[in-house]
Design a protein around this ligand. Structure first.
Ligand code: NAD
Length: 285
């Protein structure tokens, strides 16, 4: 049976270490419209910032805001010296050009690491900021190796050299799949990216010593997709008709085959928030 790797517990340890640094930072959050999921994500991110003793500055704008109104909120945050990290919650309402708006964020305050300058640094392999969900996932991979080797559950774990290991990333979004693949390659893994056009996803996944699922299809990854002992990171968040959250991985089936697995909820989600805070700290330095 797999080790269940709790991102919730790991993020709680990370928060304690940030809180103990006793620095006073500011996180600026821009939310446009009233997408219910986005409201929950923003509230959770602001709560986490407050728990570590930081200030939050929020700018909530109506769904029918113009490009110029959102741009002006970004520019205000860019020039506010009390704000060290800026988060523009995505997705934006239809009609607003997300990419153009992200380009207006000061790259030095880009807490989500989505600005093309920071994405370029990531591609070059010399990034300071890291995209939050892949960074949180990589931390969970490191912790999984550490636990499987008999180590204790703690925040600071060795960064695993993935030489000789096969990683499969399912999903090729700019937010998760692509940066995740780059970050795994930087660690010397041999990476395969699978996506909606991949033929025989099952066989591709079965090659993975490390499998990251970032798709958005409830329980797509079944137990027969898993190489025995693999580390399985479930990024997916899929809400069913009763409002219950499910991952992209069939958790109950896969945990019988995998070596380590992250749950949904309580896996990658809390670590994404943790890396928003880690990036804000880096932005302040
Ligand atoms: P996206 O829709 O931008 O990309 C999904 C990717 O999955 C695409 O590249 C597509 O090619 C691939 N795909 C779709 N159907 C497929 C199939 N049947 N087989 C193989 N590949 C398929 O989504 P995203 O922004 O990358 O997010 C993916 C999932 O992760 C979503 O459920 C999202 O809610 C979740 N997410 C979670 C966090 C977190 O913090 N836990 C953060 C970001 C996204």
């Amino acid at each position: 049976m797999a080790v269940i790797v709790s991102g919730k517990e790991l993020a709680a340890l990370g928060e304690t270490s940030l809180k103990n640094k006793k620095v006073s930072l500011g996180l600026g959050v821009i939310l446009v419209g009233d997408n219910p999921a986005s409201k929950v994500y923003v509230a959770n991110k602001e709560k986490a910032a407050k728990r570590v003793g930081w200030n939050t500055f929020d700018q909530k704008l109506p769904a029918n805001s113009t490009f110029e109104q959102v741009a002006s909120a970004i520019e205000k945050f860019n020039s506010n010296k009390d704000i060290h990290g800026i988060l523009l919650q995505l997705p934006l309402p239809k009609g607003l050009q997300s990419e153009k708006l992200i380009e207006l964020i000061d790259p030095n305050k880009d807490a989500d690491c989505l600005h093309p300058i920071n994405q370029g640094y990531l591609l070059r392999g010399n990034t300071k900021l890291k995209p939050c969900t892949p960074a949180g996932s990589l931390h969970l991979i490191d912790l999984s190796f550490h636990l499987l080797a008999g180590g204790e559950f703690k925040y600071e774990v060795p960064k695993k050299d993935l030489t000789g290991l096969n990683a499969v990333v399912v999903g090729r979004s700019i937010l998760v799949g692509k940066p995740m693949a780059l970050m795994l390659q930087e660690r010397n893994a041999t990476v395969t990216m699978a996506h909606s056009k991949t033929k025989d996803l099952r066989s591709v996944c079965r090659t993975a010593d490390i499998l990251v699922a970032a798709v958005g299809v409830k329980e797509l990854i079944k137990s027969d997709f898993i190489k025995p002992g693999a580390i399985v990171i479930d990024v997916g968040i899929n809400r069913d008709e009763n409002g219950v959250l499910h991952g992209d991985v069939d958790f109950n089936g896969v945990k019988k085959i995998a070596g380590a697995i992250t749950p949904v909820p309580g896996g990658v989600g809390p670590m994404t928030i943790q890396y928003l805070l880690e990036n804000t700290l880096l932005c302040s330095g």
